[in-house]
Design a protein around this ligand. Structure first.
Ligand SMILES: Cc1ncc(COP(=O)(O)O)c(C=O)c1O
Length: 394
């Protein structure tokens, strides 16, 4: 069978190999003294609160399960608009909010609506691998630009200007970022957007982890900067609803009918049941639950990051959001007799039964030195992971 060049350009997820090996080993060691601890998972260990689950059941019981409008339930778009006002102090009219099947569908719609074949989109290295694949699925090219701790692993306006070429159409950023958990300084983002706008380009900011921000200096939506910025968001992370497949995007007014037309044809609508259930996310009780969980994620970060440093990992910059630690494992590779982060991840899995993610999928610049830990796991498991690493690196 012959497959499209487009399909061939989507690279495999190498980390899935590590994840599969970890799952296999987990079965073997499940009843031993050290069962596998999974620190490779990019999703909250919490589920949707009870009120949200009940709202989904009620929706099914009442038979409110027909398609919705392609842009999403009006009430949900209004609820998200009100949340932007109360949580971030930004005025985002409901008409500019499009409900999608997760951030993933929003990213696809944004890329398909804006990218012509051959267009180039600038992105930081390291970054979330799927984002460059959304660009290539739209027959564009993701140009990865190496970043470092000094820029919080984000692009600077200077870099965007320097790398802007004939084919460049815009930038796709994620703030806070996966895999680093670091955000763009709002003042720098404003400068980036100025550079992009001056060249007639587009700024897309993936803000899927914005709800999980821990520092006042960084926890601001890009939408406060300009109505031209396209912001991608989701119920997956802050709202703990990964498998419900629900997200949204905020687009400039002129883009709404374009996205509506595409969404009607490509998806019809996001899950009706998930949309009705998500309305229950915005009650004071649910928000209190999400805020308590955000505090828990922060407490885990505050424990785990210094502990990694103490163990000998290089932590160049403290994450300000999400639930990841991007750690330089080169100082410890020698101790385990391995040459890079890929082998290090396997060694940690086999010797300490800790599943982590090697840097390889997130870019090419420096990723052989880095691994990603996820702190979306209980404090007890994180403490046990640290104990096992102390033993291993002794
Ligand atoms: C940066 C980033 N963007 C988008 C997504 C996709 O999220 P969703 O579940 O909303 O499709 C993820 C998932 O991990 C992510 O880390």
């Amino acid at each position: 069978m012959k497959f499209s060049t487009r399909a061939d350009k989507i690279e495999p997820f190498y980390v899935m190999e590590v994840a599969k090996a970890a799952q296999q080993l987990a079965k073997e060691v499940a009843n031993g003294p050290e069962p596998m601890i999974f620190l490779n998972i990019g999703e909250p260990d919490f589920t949707a609160p009870a009120q949200v689950q009940q709202a989904a059941s009620a929706c099914i019981a009442q038979g409110s399960t027909q398609y919705t409008n392609a842009l999403g339930l009006e009430a949900l778009r209004e609820a998200i608009s009100a949340w932007y006002q109360s949580r971030f102090g930004v005025d985002v009219p409901a008409q500019r909010i499009v409900i999608t099947a997760g951030a993933s569908a929003a990213l696809q719609l944004a890329c398909l609506a804006l990218i012509e074949p051959g267009d180039e989109i600038l992105m930081p290295d390291p970054s979330y691998p799927c984002n460059r694949h959304f660009v290539s699925a739209a027959e564009g090219t993701a140009k990865l630009i190496p970043t470092g701790a000094a820029e919080r692993y984000q692009l600077s306006a200077e870099q965007v200007a320097a790398h802007w070429g004939e084919q460049t159409r815009g930038v796709l950023l994620a703030s806070p970022s996966n895999p680093t958990g670091t955000s763009i300084d709002p003042a720098e983002l404003r400068r980036i957007h100025e550079v992009v706008k001056a060249r007639g380009g587009i700024t897309i900011v993936d803000e899927i982890y914005l709800g999980l921000s821990y520092e006042e200096a960084f926890g601001h939506s890009a939408l406060a900067i300009s109505d031209d910025i396209i912001s991608i968001n989701s119920f997956s992370k802050y709202f703990n609803m990964t498998g419900w497949r629900l997200g949204w995007m905020v687009v400039p007014e002129a883009m709404v009918p374009v996205v509506e037309r595409m969404a009607q044809n490509l998806f019809i609508c996001a899950s009706t049941i998930s949309q009705h259930a998500a309305l229950a996310c915005f009650t004071p009780e649910s928000i209190a639950t999400f805020e308590a969980r955000r505090a828990e994620f922060k407490a885990r970060r505050d424990y785990f990051l210094p502990a990694l440093k103490e163990l000998g990992f290089g932590i160049d910059v403290m994450p300000d959001g999400a639930f990841y630690a991007w750690a330089d494992c080169t100082p410890l590779c020698e101790k385990l007799g391995v040459k890079d982060s890929w082998e290090f991840a396997y060694a940690l899995m086999e010797k300490a039964h800790l599943a982590i993610t090697p840097g390889r999928d997130f870019g090419t610049a420096d990723t052989a030195r880095y691994v990603r830990f996820s702190t979306a796991n209980s404090m007890e498991q994180l403490q046990e992971a640290v104990r096992r690493m102390q033993q291993l690196f002794k």
